[in-house]
Ligand binder design. Structure first.
Ligand code: V07
Length: 244
């Protein structure tokens, strides 16, 4: 539950979460990896609701990376069905919470049914004015930067821009995260389950992101954990390369 005192917190505009530890959570309770993924999916709804109530503007969740295709094929098939299950169960809640769904990733490479489902969710929530729930789905930051580079090279070749027009704004505008506008860069990254890596997630966007590596496995990560991590974020001294 959220407390009254939470209203005194400085809430990060954009929180990004690497939802790790689902397999280990399942192993710990003697269940197959897949049941960890299922419990992890239910937790997406709980944490999205909590973040929305706290006043977060963008919540990005790293759900599937461009490298995850090398996992066992049964697991990949299962993961590709999760967005379908997720919206089947939770779309009414997302509408009720005024949450707008976005997807950053290579959507065209997804299985057809999965692709259709996620595009429909984006379409069905496009008028919502509350928090953006951004799924980084079939996302990889190096692949994103390669894609951006090609888009920009093409524009130079066509003559619509000059080489000297290439600057940070132009790159931002050609990244997959450009749909997040002024909130494209996360203020806070949380990775659950104690691993301390960023694993090809938003490399460009995280130049000045505060990072917290929370020991909790994702299925166990509660709104209390989220508030605790925001309190730690509040104690950090963000300087963006400058001095006070
Ligand atoms: C996945 C549950 C969360 C923990 C991480 C592993 C398993 C929700 C989605 C999802 C993705 C796109 C979308 C809507 C929902 C999801 C995958 C895995 C691949 F538009 N949970 N979840 N996708 N897990």
């Amino acid at each position: 539950m959220l407390k009254n005192s939470d209203s005194e917190l400085n809430i990060p505009n954009h929180i990004a979460i690497i939802m790790d530890g689902n397999g280990r959570w399942a192993q710990r309770v003697g269940k197959p990896r897949i049941s960890g993924h299922k419990e992890g999916m239910n937790n997406v709804k709980r944490i999205a609701t909590a973040a929305s109530n706290l006043g977060v503007k963008v919540l990005s969740l790293y759900a599937f990376s461009t490298e995850n295709w090398t996992r066992p094929s049964a697991e990949v098939s299962f993961l590709m069905k999760l967005p379908i299950d997720f919206f089947d169960v939770f779309m009414p809640d997302l509408i009720k919470e005024n949450i707008k769904v976005e997807v950053t990733g290579f959507v065209d490479d997804l299985p057809n049914k999965t692709k259709k489902t996620v595009l429909k969710a984006v379409e069905d929530t496009k008028e919502n004015t509350g928090m953006i729930l951004n799924f980084a789905f079939n996302y990889g930051s190096r692949a994103e930067i390669v894609n951006t580079t090609k888009l920009i090279a093409q524009k130079v070749k066509e003559g619509s821009i000059e080489i000297d027009d290439i600057n940070e704004d132009l790159i931002n505008n050609n990244l997959l995260t450009s749909i997040l506008g002024k909130y494209a860069d996360p203020d806070l990254l949380i990775r659950t389950s104690g691993e301390e890596r960023i694993s090809n997630f938003m490399l460009w966007q995280m130049a000045y992101t505060e990072m917290i590596f929370d020991e909790t496995y994702w299925p166990d990560f509660t709104s209390e954990n989220l508030v605790e991590d925001i309190k730690i974020f509040n104690e950090r001294d963000r300087r963006f390369g400058s001095v006070k």
